[in-house]
Structure formats: structure tokens, C-alpha cells
Design a protein around this ligand. Structure first.
Ligand code: PGA
Length: 247
């Protein structure tokens, strides 16, 4: 199981950042789960640069630019230098702030060019009875993966994050039956885009109100390879419990 802890802007002091990192180091040793931490950029720099543990680091987003006179931007190359090995790309909170599908595709190219594994987020705003949301998910995946070279495609990670389930509670998250159905659908779309057996190696994650209360149930029989966790990843007790439930 892969757990990506998306700290968003919840963590605002270095003491808390260090505490969450030290808990994560213990958890990877004790439980065997893989943990990727996505802290706000200044804390990523502080924690990842001398990291020798099995805990890995992700940028929460990267710049679409390649550097230069771009105040406020942090490039993929800067994140790599700071110790990140992954980048979350196309999170709904970044799409809401202006990331189009074209920008998402460009950011994925920047990530690959700089040795970062992209975690592509896709997710519908709401579920209609007619199943149109499936077509929407397909378009988000195709527009991000089609521009990639065949050898890059199997190296991507896909995170399914329905917008209606984000930042709520376990009771509002997806049901495990619906998640199993969506995982199968995403795998079908990936199989069309990746030649041969390539798609079988692409991890598919779920995100949206994963908490200690529902993590184990969602992991069972859903075919999911891990979770992208927001609010429950910044509360030390919740995060510890969640990881233990997935061990
Ligand atoms: P949440 O966030 O776990 O707080 O719902 C998940 C995400 O947006 O990545």
C-alpha cells in the first residue's frame, strides 16, 4: 500500500512538520506501507534534503515554466534538488486555481524531464445518473497521458479523487463497491493507452476523505494500490492509525 500524505496548507510550523516526518519514518519501518509526504514547499526543502529514510517526498504542485524571471514559481528541477522524487499534478485545488488540461499535461512533461514521478489527479465534480462522469474521467486521463512517450507512460501514478468526496468525512467518501467499479474503469482506460502489460504496473490511488474509519474497508477488494490522504494525514494520531489499518 502506498500512502501519499497531502499536507496542503494545513502545516504551518516546522515543529509539526518534523513530528509528522518522524512518525512516518517509524510507520514505514513498523508497518511496511510506503509513505510519500507532500509538505508545503519550505518544509519539503527542510526535511527532504538530508533524508536517508524510506519515506519519500512529493511536490504538491510544480511550475509549468522551466525557470527564469517567474516570481513565486518553483520548478520541477528545484524540487528535485530539494529532495522530492514525486510531484502531485492536476489536484482539483490547483485545477480550480487555473490549471487547464493542457497545463496539467505540460507539468507532467516537466516532472518526467526532471526525474519526478507524476501523481496525476483526476476526478469528477458530481455523479450524474447517466454515467457521464466516466467519460469525464476518461478525458482527464487521456489528455494527460496521450502526449507522453510510450516509455514514460508506465511510470505515471493515477489518483482518483472525486471532488464531491474531498475534505468531508469518512461517511461522505466513496463506497467500496463504487470504488471497485471506478478502479476497473480506470484500468481499462490505462490499458488502451499503455502497450502490452504496461498498464498493470501503474498504481491507482484513491483520495477523498480517507480516514482511519474507512481506510481498511476501502482497501479491501477495491483493486486500489493506495491512498492520497489530506486532512487525516496532518493529525499525528489519525495518520498513525490509518497507516496501521493498511499494514
Ligand atoms: P481529504 O483530501 O483527505 O482532506 O479529503 C484529499 C485530497 O484532496 O488530496
Amino acid at each position: 500500500m502506498l500512502i501519499v500524505a497531502n499536507w496542503k496548507a494545513y502545516v504551518e510550523d516546522i515543529k509539526k512538520a518534523k513530528k509528522l516526518f518522524s512518525i512516518s519514518k517509524k510507520l514505514v519501518r513498523a508497518t511496511g506501507v510506503d509513505i510519500v509526504l507532500a509538505p508545503p514547499a519550505p518544509f519539503l526543502g527542510a526535511l527532504a534534503v538530508r533524508n536517508k529514510s524510506r519515506v519519500a517526498f512529493a511536490a504538491q504542485d510544480i511550475s509549468v515554466t522551466t525557470g527564469g524571471a517567474r516570481t513565486g514559481e518553483a520548478t520541477a528541477s528545484a524540487y528535485t534538488a530539494a529532495g522530492a522524487t514525486y510531484a502531485i499534478i492536476g489536484h482539483s485545488e490547483r485545477r480550480a486555481a487555473g490549471d487547464t488540461r493542457e497545463i496539467v499535461a505540460e507539468k507532467i512533461a516537466r516532472a518526467f524531464a526532471n526525474g519526478l514521478t507524476p501523481i496525476l489527479c483526476v476526478g469528477e465534480e458530481e455523479r450524474d445518473g447517466g454515467g457521464r462522469y466516466l467519460g469525464f474521467i476518461r478525458e482527464e486521463i487521456v489528455s494527460a497521458i496521450e502526449p507522453l512517450a510510450p516509455k514514460e507512460r508506465p511510470k505515471i501514478i493515477v489518483a482518483y479523487e472525486p471532488l464531491w468526496a474531498i475534505n468531508k468525512t469518512a461517511a461522505d467518501a466513496i463506497s467500496s463497491n463504487d470504488l471497485a467499479e471506478m478502479t476497473l474503469y480506470i484500468r481499462k482506460v490505462l490499458a488502451e493507452l499503455l502497450p502490452g502489460k504496461g498498464s498493470q504496473h501503474v498504481p491507482v490511488l484513491y483520495g477523498g476523505s480517507v480516514e482511519p474509519e474507512n481506510a481498511r474497508l476501502l482497501a479491501l477488494d477495491s483493486g486500489i494500490d493506495g491512498f492520497l490522504v489530506g486532512h487525516a494525514s496532518v493529525d499525528p494520531a489519525s495518520f498513525e492509525l490509518l497507516a496501521k489499518h493498511l499494514a
